[in-house]
Design a protein around this ligand. Sequence first.
Ligand SMILES: Nc1ncnc2c1ncn2[C@@H]1O[C@H](COP(=O)(O)OP(=O)(O)OP(=O)(O)O)[C@@H](O)[C@H]1O
Length: 310
Amino acid sequence: MGGNGALVRADGLTKRFGEFEAVRGIDLDVRPGEAFGFLGPNGAGKSSTMRMISCVSPRSGGELTVLGMDPDRQGPRIRARLGVVPQLDNLDNDLSVRQNLHIYGRYFGLGKAHLRDKAAELLDFAQLTERADDPVEPLSGGMKRRLTIARSLINDPELLLLDEPTTGLDPQARHLLWDKLFRLKQDGVTLIVTTHYMDEAEQLCDRLVVMDNGRIAAEGSPGELIAKYSTREVLELRFAPGTQQDIEPLVADLADRVEVLPDRLLLYTADGEAALAAAHSRGVQPLSSLVRRSTLEDVFLRLTGRTLVD
Ligand SMILES: Nc1ncnc2c1ncn2[C@@H]1O[C@H](COP(=O)(O)OP(=O)(O)OP(=O)(O)O)[C@@H](O)[C@H]1O
């Protein structure tokens, strides 16, 4: 283990592609049993970081320890104890669902009987038992993702790395997949997940970092980040497109902060209803209004000045 029992520890970790610095000296520690999230828009450097942790891409600078070992020198030993779910499914389409699990198990040197039992257990976990002997090709996107996750668990990994596991799935498939991740977390598997779905990160992750342009913009639990970078409530006021800039000065003093988005104003305040009543009393007539609690999306907007697009 690394210092403090961290499963992953990075210090000034850097990744360069030629002149371009995709990861610009980040510090991290991921503790046993937690679900740790990398949150950020496309190009933030999440995948590059994950690939260094998974020992498939060497670091360009800084220190990195995974399961107490150095990926540059002990990559194969680390990988034997990791599960990796890459951003794009790389299942073997010529094989059946079960065969995809079996070839992976053989790669890890599992014995025949153990592999048979393990594959059956994972097919059940992935809800694919009935499809076990079907080819992979016609499976839905959600099924393929569940199979990829099942495959990553064949060696009982201590640490599971998932790069945008739910991107591109419909809401129902996403929910099913996240249920699986909750179950793994309950079973004590340490998870590192990248995502740009804020709601999922908020529910699943014990701690997370917000990445932007190769740097860590903030880190903490979802609750800590919201408390630090947002207000308790947000009042959303929608207006006809293009008119909200003119209204902003009328409501600016009603909130700690106001964000002007293309179709709405966001008023950050401890009391959204009070701000709404005050706006009404000034003659502000939004098309619609909504008071909600702050989310990680608000944290992200505050930190980067941008919204995350799904
Ligand atoms: N092999 C490569 N060669 C050159 N540039 C790369 C390479 N891989 C990534 N990059 C660049 O590094 C930056 C970070 O990419 P990375 O994939 O780590 O971001 P990300 O946060 O995971 O985004 P995404 O959600 O799109 O995967 C991007 O600007 C990307 O274009």
